[in-house]
Design a protein around this ligand. Sequence first.
Ligand SMILES: [Zn+2]
Length: 169
Amino acid sequence: MHAWLTHLVNPVNPVYWIQWIQMVQLTEQHLTEIRQHGERDYPYECCGLLIGKFADDRKVVIETYPISNAREEEAKRNRFLIRPDELMRGEKRAREQALDVVGFYHSHPDDRPVPSQYDLEHAWPTYSYIVVAITKGSADGLRSWEMESDRSRFNEEEIAPSPAGRGLG
Ligand SMILES: [Zn+2]
């Protein structure tokens, strides 16, 4: 069962919150790709897709899919947006490999790796949102988030190491 369905069933049980840990699994290579993309696009925001699989209790990333930032030059500094045609291209690529888009990543140039209000307003439940901080051109913190099912906030999720990017069954 996906996390957001669980939340709908049992939205306010605090014991459940403690027990339920969101998780996204990536390889070191994926994390390096995300950090390097963020450094490459600095001082602008980078963004991309996370392609992989929804498993019972986690999302498993199989590959990162870098895409450009669709915003105007000035807005690139603080607002990430993925154009529908870019998302469709990524989804097509995922489908060709019998995979799904399981999340998104983007960078926060000279800011914390915490989703902004803008990010919250443009996010969907279920997906992972990885944010990498780029401080003075170098990758700094990297954290992953999943939106609350009622869209009120993001909850941090655990980033678990994955032994290999491909061939996970
Ligand atoms: Zn952001």
